[in-house]
Design a protein around this ligand. Structure first.
Ligand code: DC
Length: 221
């Protein structure tokens, strides 16, 4: 039997990460945050000061990346904070446009599909990486709500932020992610679009877990 996948795609700061990891926990499934892989390649791109596609694809295929207890490691070094910086996010959206980088990361992403199941979040989980996912969700929120959420997140971490600059960066990143030639950000034809602007995190998680239960996905009650 194939291992079930729940694909959760959506734009930056739509709350995908928090929601997908909570859904995974509630179902007892593994969790893949695919954006972290793009952010790791971005970190290498910044460290090596290169935007050379072939070189970055090589690094994407060979990098020693691991995920443990919600932390992200590169060559055994905890880089969880480094990859969350806005500089790294912006660079990630540039390396994510490169077809050779996307191809290099495909196999790595599919390797996360392990029993009893996987919840994967990103931009192209439903369209490219796991087109046979059992449940496909496209999670959105209006741009103002997303900028506010990102602003709060950064503030809570003690990182100073400017709401207007954040809004502008988010809009630029969305436009780049949606307009690129390979795997652009878009709902799959069979995705359920879920607008979280007026919903709390708990409400979104409950709704998705409810849809999973209707499909008999996930072991825990
Ligand atoms: O989800 P995030 O903000 O951490 O993603 C960082 C960047 O990586 C974002 O600009 C889009 C890109 N990305 C992608 O192209 N495909 C994915 N599956 C995940 C992320």
């Amino acid at each position: 039997m194939t291992v079930p996948v729940i694909a959760i795609d959506g734009p930056s700061a739509s709350g995908k990460g928090t929601i997908a990891s909570r859904v995974a926990e509630s179902l007892g499934f593994h969790y893949l945050e695919s954006g972290a892989l793009y952010r790791l390649v971005a970190l290498l791109s910044l460290r090596h000061d290169t935007l050379d596609e072939a070189r970055l694809a090589g690094l994407a295929a060979s990098m020693d990346a691991s995920f443990r207890g919600g932390r992200v490691f590169l060559e055994k070094q905890d880089v969880s904070e480094d990859i969350r910086s806005e500089a790294c996010g912006n660079r990630a959206s540039k390396v994510a446009r490169m077809p050779a980088v996307r191809t290099a990361l495909l196999k790595r992403q599919r390797a996360f599909r392990q029993p009893p199941g996987l919840v994967a979040d990103g931009r192209d989980m439903a369209t490219v990486v796991f087109p046979d996912a059992s449940l496909k969700i496209f999670l959105t929120a209006n741009p103002e709500v997303r900028a506010e959420r990102r602003y709060k997140q950064l503030k809570e971490k003690g990182i100073s932020a400017n709401l207007r600059a954040l809004s502008r960066d988010l809009a630029e990143r969305d436009a780049r992610d949606a307009s690129r030639a390979v795997a652009p950000l878009a709902p799959a034809p069979d995705s359920q679009v879920l607008d979280s602007s007026a919903l709390s995190i708990d409400e979104v998680v409950e709704r998705i877990v409810g849809w999973c239960r209707e499909r008999h996905l996930g072991g825990r009650s």
